[in-house]
Design a binder for this molecule. Structure first.
Ligand code: ATP
Ligand code: MG
Length: 1021
């Protein structure tokens, strides 16, 4: 399909749009579309699919994508649209869904189911786990088809079993696993097929596809004609099937589904055994006592089977040709096979019992019961009976059928194990139902009866949900409605399944009877019970019944012997009762079960648990019909709690050819499928409904009135909601408790609006959530930061403290060391100083002093000073009075001149004599000084006097006594000037190297003609 547009559609893509709507226009529309390969047509939400019998480019990943994203009625009709709706409903509404595929045999149900599964596989997630599970679910199909499908007259790949697949999904819509429920395999096909039909595909696949080693290990030959079970059909290969290639597909499926190599070989061994058993022939023999027995004519086949199944020849051989009957004192169990022949010592007892029964006209069970209840014995007795050739053949066939059908069930269980959901949690389920289609052959047996009963029940469900319940609901809800008539098949369903007088219970009744069982008795009973039923005809009953509505070719005259006729929804079918009781009983000889259980083949213990001698129970298992009835009821219950989607398949021709559209055939199907009625109901009805409250809770976000919560009555809320939607109000109808939506397009639009709104809300929620999370994260980080920071700070403080402590310790140590070192150094210094001190004798002016460390400079200076003082002291101690006086003078001179007179330092070393001219000893002076009271001479020396007149130096004697200053002639000692000390008020000296001294004298006291102020040159000291 290149163009995905409704504009390109041929005719009416939805039959609801047909105008006028008649059966002819409906079929013509289908035909018109079929011619252009538009095989799908809608009837509202139902898809009608016409089998094209050719490959069409309608299925691809891109199309799956397109149909997954877009709603129905946006794209051309397709089964993908139905699958897409179911998938969306399941994922978005969280509702279980089911897709019911119906139609007669060859209409394309299995293909449709395969396409739905393909859609699910392509539409869902791609994670590794999901891909594995999807692959398993997909591969289960080919595997079960190989073992459960066969070519029939009506379909080259006809499903000979019913299949219901439940796929479980997680909330994301990814398949987590699945469970397959299988319904009654048509096992009679193993041993016998109608003309033009084939056995199950696996037999042909194995013989044509297996490599030579496998064939050898299975003791098989490639030639199909070598096997009796395949010979009868005489059709070995098919145009549309490639058995060789299909075998590889089957093997791959086995691998994918987790069957080990050993498992696969074990499965093939059983298949091979069935083929081999089919070849076993029996030659009739006569026993000595006149009874009939048989021997096996081709032992080698039995040997081969024994090797394949791991058992003894004697065990299998005897279980095929003989029968053990258990005779209990209090209970009796007998086989349904009539006319037993006995050759054991105790056989006469039983024969006697038969004889007595015949004589007294009682049945064996009653007589035996009467006898045993009297004796109250509890013993058991075993009787071995030979089987006639025909009985042995029957036993062989039973064994083959049991082996095959149980193997099939085992395969289904094994597949289920492999596809089992491994996760716990809430899951939603999508069910896909594909059962065998309605069948009507020339000769119809028990299998067709069961298959058609199944279809009848399914049709009932479909009609009830699509037509009956829907119309009833409109009426109940008070919606204006014109009833549409349709054929209700409940009568036929009841006729078959009714508890007391239904065909199945009658059959069960016959089966449960002890003694000789007969199909004829069942037929007679059926004739009695159905005398008044217009849908059932039995020879001699309904012949005269005026109500039986015969279809062309099904008149009472044409009813062969041993047959009854049922008027099914899809046509009248004539069933031959031959084998009904037997097949319904479906009992396998205990000897055979026992023999199978004892085989070493690993599967057989599981397949024949009743063969376990320890667990053997004499309780009769439920009959096939009852089992089937129960499982179909369970299926119907299962379907009824899921939202259904319907695919109605139509077969366009009986020739299985493309491009042929047989009007009559299609018309027949359109009629019995009730398609016109469905169109009518869909046309004037509504496709979707919900109780007000549910509608409100689903779509309340679409209106501000109802979002986030509506407090008033739900109806009012819904009306507000609908008013706020951009959808015409004609699309909705208000019932008593529910709101109805007319077209699927509106449902889709509602869902789209909801999705968009939910996206917005999700964004809002995300925003809030992210904000909340960020805030939380921020607070956490902040708190963490505080914790970390405080921890860090405390650590840092501790560290600092530690460092400080260390540093302090170090400092302390350094101090101590330093102190000690300094101490030591001082010691050293002092010791050295003591040793190196300048000698005591030396003059205090001696500048020598030992060097020292710079740190001790100060100390050294102090010590030096002390030492110097001490030395001075010592030096002074040595002074006599004179020296002491001299020193005093020196000190006084120092106080006066030091740093004030440049020539002072030169004078320090000279002792101050004062009387440098020895004046005191001078006699003349001695006399003169008394007169002037100048006897205490302080200073006397020859100095240069500068004459005022010539400015020349004139040496004179300068004397300074304690009372005056005197200037004398040096030779005569004549006093030239005498200035009393009191008149000298100042004495000035120049600070330079000269020897000038100025005596400041008060002027008034000057005597003679001396100038008021005189200058003298100082003595040249
Ligand atoms: N959509 C399709 N496209 C192409 N071929 C199809 C399609 N549907 C069915 N067929 C063909 O029709 C044949 C019969 O279809 P299918 O086996 O699905 O019928 P059925 O309804 O399952 O029959 P039965 O009830 O006997 O099992 C298929 O083998 C296939 O060749
Ligand atoms: Mg099928």
């Amino acid at each position: 399909m290149d163009v995905l547009s409704l504009d390109q559609e041929v005719g009416a893509w939805d039959s609801v749009l047909l105008d006028p709507l008649t059966e002819d226009s409906f079929i013509a529309n289908l035909h018109q579309r079929f011619k252009r390969d538009h095989i799908y047509t809608y009837i509202g939400d139902v898809v009608v699919s016409v089998n094209p019998y050719k490959k069409l480019a309608l299925y691809s990943g891109e199309l799956v994508k397109a149909y997954r994203c877009r709603g129905p009625y946006q794209l051309p009709p397709h089964i993908y649209a139905i699958a897409g709706s179911a998938y969306r409903f399941l994922r978005d509404r969280n509702e279980d869904q089911c897709i019911v595929v119906s139609g007669e045999s060859g209409a394309g149900k299995t293909e449709a189911a395969r396409i739905v599964l393909q859609f699910v596989a392509l539409a869902s997630g791609q994670s590794r786990e999901v891909m594995i599970m999807k692959e398993r679910l997909v591969q289960a199909g080919p595997l079960l088809e190989a073992f459960g499908n066969a070519k029939t007259y009506r379909n080259d790949n006809s499903s000979r079993f019913g299949k219901y697949l439940d796929i479980e999904f997680d909330y994301k819509g990814d398949p987590l696993g699945g469970t397959i429920t299988n319904y009654l395999l048509e096992k009679s096909r193993v041993t016998c097929q109608a003309q033009g039909e084939r056995n199950f595909h696996i037999f042909y696949q194995l013989l044509t596809g297996a490599d030579i080693q496998l064939l050898k290990s299975l003791k098989l030959q490639r030639n199909l004609d070598n096997y009796a079970f395949l010979r009868s059909s005489r059709i070995h290969s098919l145009e549309n099937l490639d058995d060789k290639q299909d075998f590889q597909v089957t093997r791959r499926a086995l691998e994918t589904l987790g069957f080990s190599q050993e498992d696969a070989v074990n499965v093939f061994k059983i298949v091979a055994s069935v083929l081999k058993l089919g070849n076993i022939g029996f030659i009739p023999t006569n026993n000595i006592d006149g009874t009939e027995g048989c021997t096996i004519n081709n032992d080698y086949e039995v040997f081969d089977v024994c090797q394949l199944l791991g058992t003894e020849f004697s065990a299998l051989g005897s279980s095929l040709t003989q029968r053990t009957i258990t005779v209990c004192a209090t209970k009796c169990c007998s086989s349904p096979v009539p006319q037993q022949r006995f050759n054991s010592p105790s056989k006469n007892v039983t024969r006697e019992l038969y004889d007595v029964c015949e004589l007294v006209g009682s049945d064996q069970a009653t007589l035996q019961g009467a006898m045993t209840s009297r004796t109250l014995e509890e013993s058991q007795d075993f009787v071995t009976a030979d089987l006639s050739a025909s009985e042995a053949t029957y036993a062989r066939d039973s064994l083959c059928k049991a082996l095959y059908s149980r193997l099939f069930t085992w395969l289904v269980n094994k597949i289920n194990e492999s596809t089992k959901v491994k996760h716990y949690g809430k899951r939603k389920v999508l069910g896909i139902l594909d059962v065998y289609g309605f069948e009507m052959f020339e000769r119809n047996g028990f299998e067709q009866f069961i298959i058609n009963f199944c279809n009848e029940k399914l049709h009932q469900v479909v009609m009830e949900t699509t037509l009956k319940e829907e119309q009833e609901e409109y009426v109940h809800e008070g919606i204006e409605w014109t009833p549409i008539e349709f054929f209700n098949n409940s009568v036929i369903c009841e006729l078959i399944e009714k508890n007391n007088h239904g065909i199945l219970s009658m059959l069960d009744e016959e089966c449960l009877k002890s003694g000789v069982l007969s199909d004829e008795v069942f037929l007679r009973k059926l004739a009695q019970c159905c005398a008044d039923n217009s849908h059932c005809e039995v020879k001699g009953t309904a012949v005269s019944h005026r109500n039986f509505v015969t279809t062309p070719g099904a008149s009472d005259n044409s009813l062969p012997p041993n047959c009854f006729r049922l008027r099914h929804y899809a046509g009248t079918v004539t069933y031959n009762v031959c084998g009904f009781v037997d097949k319904n009983n479906d009992i396998l000889h205990r000897d055979l079960s026992l023999a199978m259980y004892r085989c070493e083949h690993p599967l057989l213990k599981t397949l024949f648990p009743e063969g376990n001698p320890k667990r053997s129970s004499l309780k009769r298992p439920a009959t096939t019909g009852t089992q089937f009835k129960i499982s179909i009821s369970a299926l119907i219950r299962n379907l009824s709690c899921k939202h259904p989607h319907y695919v109605r398949c139509i077969k366009p021709n009986e020739l299985k050819q493309p491009r042929i559209f047989e009007m009559a055939l299609v018309q027949h199907q359109v009629r019995y499928l009730g398609l016109i009625e469905t169109v009518r109901v869909r046309r004037s009805g509504f496709c979707y409904r919900l109780p007000y409250q549910q509608f409100l809770s689903r779509y309340k976000m679409l209106s501000l009135h109802t979002w986030p919560n509506w407090q008033g009555p739900p109806v009012e809320g819904v009306s507000y909601l609908i008013r706020d939607l951009p959808i015409p109000s004609g699309e909705f109808a208000f019932g008593r408790t529910k709101v109805f939506v007319r077209s699927p397009r509106t449902v889709f639009e509602l869902e789209e609006f909801r999705r968009e709104r939910l996206e917005d809300l999700a964004v809002l929620l995300q925003k809030i959530w992210r904000g909340h999370r960020q805030r939380k994260e921020f607070l956490l980080k902040k708190n963490s930061q505080v914790v970390i920071a405080s921890a860090w700070r405390s650590w840092r403080a501790r560290e600092e403290y530690r460092i400080l402590r260390h540093r302090k310790q170090v400092e302390w140590a350094v101090n101590i060391i330093q102190q000690h070192y300094i101490h030591w150094k001082r010691w050293q210094f002092l010791l050295r100083l003591a040793r190196q001190l300048p000698p005591e004798s030396e003059s205090p002016v001696n500048r020598e002093w030992p060097s020292c460390h710079r740190r001790l400079t100060e100390t050294s200076i102090i010590l030096r000073r002390i030492h110097h003082k001490w030395r001075c002291h010592k030096y002074r101690l040595k002074f006599d009075q004179t020296a002491r006086n001299r020193m005093r003078e020196k000190v006084t001179a120092s106080i006066i001149f030091k740093e004030r007179k440049a020539s002072y330092p030169r004078s320090v070393s000279h002792p101050f004599l004062g009387d440098y001219v020895r004046l005191r000893q001078n006699v003349q002076w001695k006399k003169a000084c008394v007169e002037t009271n100048d006897q205490y001479v302080v200073f006397a020396d020859i100095i240069n006097k500068i004459t005022r007149s010539s400015g020349k130096f004139v040496p004179i004697l300068f004397v300074l006594s304690t009372s005056s200053m005197l200037i004398l002639d040096q030779r005569t000692l004549q006093i030239k000037y005498r200035v009393p000390a009191a008149e000298i008020y100042r004495l000035s000296l120049s600070p330079y190297l000269d020897d000038v001294a100025v005596f400041h004298v008060r002027a008034p006291q000057l005597r003679g003609d001396e100038p008021p102020e005189h200058s003298w040159l100082p003595v040249s000291e």
